[in-house]
Design a protein. Sequence first.
Length: 202
Amino acid sequence: MVVVKYTLTLFLITCFAFGQSITPVTISFSGLPESVRAGEQFTVVLKADIEKPWHINSDKPHDESLIASKVVAKGEGIRLTNVRYPKPHDVTFSFSDQPVSVFEGVTEIQLSFTVDNAAAAGKQSIEVKLNYQACNDQTCLPPKAASAAFEVAVSANAGSQSGQSSKQETITPNSTKETDTDESLQTYAGASEEQKKGSATD
């Protein structure tokens, strides 16, 4: 009994160590925008390259006990607001009585981001992670995450710039009116003095 327990423990440790040394999924990006404005949305395509003979569970596995693939992202002032996963494949494996919903090969996932109105201008880095569990026809690896980052240049919100311009345009006429009013008062005051001198002469 002790020998059986020792053998099982050693087997599990070996499988875990083997799984830790394998990286069956790498990710990259395409369709990156050159620049975005605060308050705008933009879309990026995440490409997950899944090596054969591995596959990863889809975002909606048929079996709730399987670990779903999920994309998460983190950026300063930039939020991941929508993820569009591709249509998965239903594949039958020896370890399952029913078809398994999986992603295989090169898988493209569409990511939509929203830039906050108060996002700082300049280059911002966004880290993206694809959480997944890879399996082949015989075994499954421990859950892992493939990560990568990209940069995007954020410029000031166009609305705030136009708002500043409109404020300046509003201030200019007011200052002009004040100048015109001062000149009119001076002219009127000068005319009054001349009228007084004329009356004194008469």
